[in-house]
Design a protein around this ligand. Structure first.
Ligand code: GCB
Length: 580
């Protein structure tokens, strides 16, 4: 899927703004008979906008509605309606006709609406969103049971994971137009470096009919003819002495793809951005452009006051500024694919990304064939969406499954095989909390470990936590022989709580624990990186062990530093592999 873009052959407008909202009630024909209950912002979650509790924790169908008028100049063109995401599930209706649906909440989807639109008045767009999760959704959840029985156990809403199950149209909604004769559908860019030049292979698919295409490398001005065959095109361009994309050196290139008519006129034109860099796991090292890089950074969340999981450009710029300030070089998109606009920023700031599928807490007591099918589809959509981003250096297929069960092996093998087939250029991992008991470790290129010594166990005992960490990691490494990446560790901390000596929840305790555990990780040669949990405090479901959410942030939810931040900044300023 090509990102919506305005070019010489394409136009677009956004439907972002204020829409109408209504909770679904039985017996109402919403596509035709929609009546608004509330106003709602797009992009954004609906949960935190209203004074009524019933909206915040609404489970079931909720309808979004807006109308839009098309410009006369688009008559005769191909018109597409595109959603950046809809969480968790969407069914889309335009002018009373059902266009189709999409499941899983964090990847884009679109519909060719050329035949469904009208130019004679407003187009009525109605979208049914549903946030019910079950054993067969990704992520899994107990929300269906809660909805049906009113029974709540554990937390409210009753999710199986530790972040608020925000719902809504979280990312931009766009209408765009292309020429009707031919349009680029997909473009993949793969680079290879040999000596002092890079070869750039541009391949892809187009719709409609076209037998001539060309690719221009904007930075060098070179244009080459592409070969076209059965709605696929491919071309190869060479970059002499390429500027490599690297941490803090976000050198980017642009390939313009043009589909041409018989007379040489441009039918369609799109531009894809990419970078030239290599990534590889060799022995116990993670190599970027042939040099070992030690990953230091965070697990994050798309999460902020009022907007919930809605795209917020100000928050995102602030986050990248803070990551740069603290000398983070990477983050993992815990626990789902983040907005494309965030991955763009990573490309532009030179920050590495581990892209994660939306599969948090896969529980093998409840997994069915359908769970795997949905998981496969979500992973495929993530890889297809982000494959051209140089910042993405590894795929994480899941977080914290019950992967000490035998059933986990075939399930994860299917996911790893698919990932390598779709993208043989990036290492594959998954974050485990099962230590050496995990039966899937050997399937991965890198083993990612979530571990909370000094917090969930050995509470208050930093030195014992440090000793445990080193022994446990050594055990895991001996079991799998793979490089180990510490994908989560940390301590809940309420900004402003202090204690000397530090104890749990104080800023002193978070600082002392985090720094001591980092000592332990860096004393182990097979550890390739450390990601703090979490970049910032974030909202969770309500329960007795969360105080207005998870407080393991190094920054508060408002994006201000806790005490640990300055110490971490000092530690991260020193390059771990400087001497090697
Ligand atoms: C984990 C999970 C993460 C939680 C975190 C915690 O292992 O991966 O989603 O938020 O622990 O703070 O408990």
């Amino acid at each position: 899927m090509i990102r919506p873009q305005r070019t010489r052959t394409r136009d677009l407008f956004t439907l972002d703004g204020i829409w109408d909202l209504s909770r679904e009630q039985p017996g109402v024909d919403y596509p035709d008979g929609f009546a608004a209950e509330k106003k709602v912002a797009v992009p954004g979650s609906y949960n935190d906008l209203y004074a009524e509790e019933a909206f915040r924790t609404w489970l079931g169908g909720i309808w979004y509605a807006t109308d839009f008028v098309l410009p006369e100049s688009w008559r005769g063109r191909r018109i597409v309606l595109r959603f950046g995401s809809a969480t968790y599930r969407a069914e889309v209706h335009l002018n009373g006709a059902h266009l189709g649906g999409h499941e899983t909440g964090y990847t884009p989807f679109e519909f060719d609406v050329t035949e469904a639109v009208t130019f004679d008045g407003p187009n009525r767009l109605r979208v049914r969103i549903e946030n019910l999760l079950s054993a067969e959704t990704v992520p899994q959840g107990n929300l269906t049971a809660q909805h049906e029985t009113g029974q709540i156990s554990g937390q409210y809403p009753n999710t199986g994971f530790d972040f608020f199950p925000y719902g809504g149209l979280h990312r931009p909604v766009t209408v765009y137009s292309t020429a009707p004769e031919a349009w680029v559908d997909e473009a993949r860019i793969r680079t290879a470096v040999a000596g002092d030049q890079a070869t750039v292979a541009v391949t892809g698919a187009f719709g409609g009919a076209c037998d001539r295409a060309e690719v221009t490398l904007i930075e060098t001005g070179e244009t080459v003819a592409a070969t076209c065959d059965a709605r696929r095109f491919s071309a190869e361009v060479v970059i002499p002495r390429p500027k490599l994309w690297d941490v803090g050196q976000p050198n980017l290139y642009h390939a313009r793809i043009r589909l041409l008519g018989q007379d040489g006129a441009g039918l369609d034109e799109v531009t894809e951005r990419f970078g030239v860099r290599t990534v590889e796991v060799r022995g116990d090292r993670f190599l970027l452009n042939g040099k070992p890089v030690y990953l230091q950074g965070f697990g994050k969340h798309e999460d902020f006051h009022l907007v919930g999981k809605g795209l917020n450009h100000s928050v995102n710029v602030r986050d990248f500024e803070l990551m740069t300030w603290i000398h983070a070089n990477s983050f993992r998109t815990t626990h789902y694919p983040y907005a494309e606009e965030i991955i763009d920023l990573a490309d532009e700031y030179g920050i590495l990304v581990i892209g994660e599928a939306p599969a948090v807490s896969v529980h093998f007591d409840f997994v069915t064939d359908r769970t795997l099918q949905v998981h496969v589809q979500a992973l495929r959509e993530l890889i297809e969406r982000d494959i051209n981003h140089p910042s993405v250096v590894m795929w994480s297929v899941a977080n914290e499954a019950t992967s000490d069960r035998e059933a986990a092996r075939p399930y994860f093998k299917a996911l790893v095989d698919l990932t390598r087939e779709l993208d043989p250029t990036r290492p594959v991992t998954a974050a485990t909390c099962k230590g050496a008991d995990d039966v899937t470790l050997d399937l991965f290129d890198v083993v990612s470990v979530n571990t909370y010594p000094g917090w969930y166990f050995l509470a208050g005992q930093i030195e014992k936590g440090y000793a445990f960490l080193k022994e446990d990691l050594a055990r895991i490494h001996a079991t799998c022989g793979k490089p180990i990446f510490i994908s989560e560790f940390g301590a809940d901390t309420i900004a402003g709580y202090h204690g000397l000596p530090g104890e749990q929840w104080t800023e002193e305790y978070q600082t002392d624990l985090v720094l001591r555990l980092i000592d332990g990780m860096r004393e182990l040669d097979f550890v390739i990186g450390e990601h703090l949990w979490n970049f910032a405090d974030f909202r969770t479901a309500q329960n007795y062990f969360r105080v207005f959410g998870n407080k393991k942030g190094i920054f508060t939810r408002e994006r201000q530093p806790k005490m640990v931040a300055r110490f971490l900044r000092e530690r991260w300023a020193k390059e771990r592999y400087a001497a090697t």
